[in-house]
Ligand binder design. Structure first.
Ligand code: ITT
Length: 203
């Protein structure tokens, strides 16, 4: 007898279209029974202030806050780019590194200016992703992962989003923006954290 696993709905609380695109592709590629949708109430609720000093606190706070607006499971992603030679910046400030509303091009320009003259190990960087799941004000899971790379001297590629054009992945000799979406997802901080999430939800 074959059994068909019921699908589980998970709502993403995020204003970042790139994240939803990547999570949906990850769920399909993993043949998971997760149905991922953008939280319908997201745009009409006052934005959660992401002012905590860690990715984990921001992700958990975001998931808890938005989970009070919905009976199903709500998940959030707090992620960012950490450059040790810049004291960890942009870090938790990655989305607003060049000020509120600044474009990705401006954020990248500010990052490249901050790293001007730096070579080799001083250009080491990593992306972090923390995913938190909550339901009606209760935390269900918090998982995280990272991916190591380097900050390129100049942007390359048009895929992905955010800092991808300057995130150089040495093992493939390309920036994340030069990789097809499935290749980025197979290696990225978000892809690896998503697999941890599936394990956590299955256990
Ligand atoms: P939500 O909080 O609404 O989900 P956000 O864009 O404000 O969207 P974060 O606070 O988590 O999200 O900030 C993450 C920033 O880090 C994001 O805006 C990008 O600039 C950068 N970032 C995160 N993951 C990335 C990735 O896979 N590729 C490139 N840049 C990424």
């Amino acid at each position: 007898m074959t059994s068909v696993q019921a699908s589980r709905k998970l709502y993403l609380a995020s204003g970042n279209a790139g994240k939803l695109r990547e999570f949906r592709a990850l769920a399909v590629a993993a043949h998971s029974n997760l149905e991922l949708e953008l939280l319908p109430q997201y745009a009409s609720l006052p934005e959660f202030p992401e002012t905590a000093p860690t990715f984990a606190e921001n992700a958990t706070g975001k998931a808890l806050y938005y989970s009070r607006a919905c009976a199903d499971m709500v998940f959030s992603d707090d992620s960012g780019l950490v450059v040790p030679a810049l004291g960890g910046e942009p870090g938790v400030h990655s989305a607003r590194y060049a000020g509120p509303g600044a474009s990705n091009d401006w954020k990248i320009a500010k990052l490249l200016a901050a790293l001007r003259g730096k070579k080799g190990a001083e250009r080491s960087a990593y992306f972090v992703c923390v995913i938190a799941v909550a339901q009606m004000g209760r935390v269900i899971a918090v998982v995280s992962d990272k991916v190591d790379g380097e900050i390129a001297e100049a942007p390359r590629g048009s895929g992905g989003f955010g800092y991808d054009p300057v995130f150089y992945f040495p093992a493939l000799g390309k920036t994340f923006a030069e990789l097809p979406a499935d290749e980025k997802n197979a290696r990225s901080h978000r892809g690896k954290a998503f697999h941890r999430l599936m394990e956590a939800l299955d256990s």
